[in-house]
Design a protein around this ligand. Structure first.
Ligand SMILES: [Zn+2]
Length: 425
């Protein structure tokens, strides 16, 4: 018998071992690259994908070439700068909202989408809330107006003044516009230049406006409290039937007064109300029955309250004088005028805050100033300290509704200040 088979070179069990080894090596050769590929893919997957995470899944990201309008710019020129045909601009103006393009204002923003030198979309942003979009469809543009309604949230803030209202307001996170609102609401009761003392404090609930989770501005103050030198003032915003809003005390009195405390923007008070004053020019004891506000010649003087002109002319040492009658018991007097406002005549009605005259030094005056007098039933009162009557209170027909609303708002303010005790009652 012969054994020509190679099988005979090795014993049978060795061949089995060899076969298993080959299988194992082959498996390794296949497995290692697969493993490496898997590792590579895993790594690639962990790299952040900015485009994917930032664009909304259902809206492919559109890239607008945006431009903010500067004074003197016009669309024709801006189109020309981008080598766009005047015809594309003409087509935009022929759309439903094309007239929006008639008037551009500095600060408006426009956006272009250009493909193969052709305008395929155009955008005009009038504000954060209002924009227009034009898209090319079948060689014509369609147009749409996009109005975004900001979300309004109500925020609470408070501060204790150690420097000025402005600085404390900023520290409390209030914007300029909210601080100005605060000053104008309480400005009838508190002179923010002269009356502020350390420890005075304020608290308020006001509106903040958000678009897509981003703050875009402030709304109105809804309720606010100001404590000045131990006295507390609370104001609630309330709209009348015609939608005009004003601030009232929780009992329904207007926060506004029937009179401005000072009818002129002055540089300093040069002489106060003093019944035993020595006159600076006459050098005699002569009562000073008003307040002198030093201001430059020509500074406008405002009517302190709604009223009627009962005198406009010259009166000896007072020089040019204006006297206003307010209701039956009040008169205000403005002296040493440079001129009257051109509309001022005897018998003429004036509104509070209306410009009625200009500061001068006519008559016996040592320099340009306004001499201002305030009379109640004919008796001179100190304009700086006289208790000023409130402007018209809440209308009787709205009073019940207002009182309820004001109570709720004051409770809400106090729940922030003193915890939830009030709110939960
Ligand atoms: Zn005077």
């Amino acid at each position: 018998m012969y054994k020509d088979s190679a099988l005979e070179i090795l014993p049978k069990r060795h061949w089995i071992a060899l076969g298993l080894t080959c299988l194992f090596l082959a498996a390794l050769l296949i497995f290692i690259p697969v493993q490496q590929e898997l590792q590579r893919r895993t790594f690639a997957y962990q790299v952040p994908l900015p485009e994917k995470t930032q664009s909304k899944p259902d809206q492919p990201e559109i890239i607008w070439d945006m431009h903010e309008i500067r004074p003197g710019e016009n669309l024709a020129q801006l189109f020309k700068n981008r080598d766009l045909s005047p015809k594309s601009l003409y087509l935009l103006t022929q759309t439903e909202h094309g007239s929006a393009l008639d008037r551009l204002h500095p600060g408006d923003a426009i956006g272009f989408q250009i493909e193969n030198d052709e305008l395929i979309a155009f955008r005009l942003e009038k504000s954060l809330y209002e924009s227009f979009e034009f898209h090319l469809v079948d060689s014509k543009f369609n147009s749409k107006k996009i109005v975004l309604e900001p979300d309004t949230i109500e925020s609470f803030a408070q501060g204790t003044i150690n420097t000025s209202l402005f600085e404390t307001g900023m520290d409390a996170g209030l914007s300029n516009s909210v601080i100005m609102q605060l000053a104008s609401i309480f400005g009838w009761d508190v002179d923010f230049a002269l009356d502020i003392r350390e420890g005075d404090n304020f608290s308020l609930i006001y509106e903040e406006k958000y678009l897509d989770g981003k703050k875009v501005g402030d709304g109105d103050i809804l309720v606010a409290r100001f404590e000045n030198q131990g006295r507390s003032y609370t104001a609630v915003r309330y709209a009348d039937d015609s939608g005009y809003s004003q601030y009232y005390t929780p009992s329904g009195l207007s926060m506004r007064k029937a009179f401005l405390r000072t009818p002129v923007d002055f540089t300093r008070i040069s002489s106060r109300f003093n019944l035993n004053r020595r006159h600076p020019i006459l050098h005699k004891i002569r009562a000073h029955r008003g307040v002198d506000y030093a201001a430059r010649t020509g500074t406008p003087i405002k009517a302190a309250g709604d009223g009627k002109v009962i005198f406009a002319g010259r009166k000896g040492g007072y020089g040019k004088v204006l006297i206003l009658q307010h209701g039956s018991s009040y008169t205000t007097l403005y002296a040493h005028l440079n001129a009257f406002h051109r509309t001022i005549r005897r018998g003429k009605k004036v509104k509070q805050g209306q410009i009625v005259a200009y500061v001068g030094s006519s008559g016996l005056a040592s320099g340009p100033h306004l001499h201002y007098e305030f009379r109640v039933n004919g008796v001179h009162r100190n304009p700086l300290t006289v208790k000023l009557p409130h402007a018209r209170p809440i209308d009787e027909s709205r009073k019940k509704d207002f009182m309820h609303y004001a109570q709720v708002m004051v409770m809400r303010l106090e729940s922030h200040l003193y915890g939830d005790y009030f709110a939960s009652r």
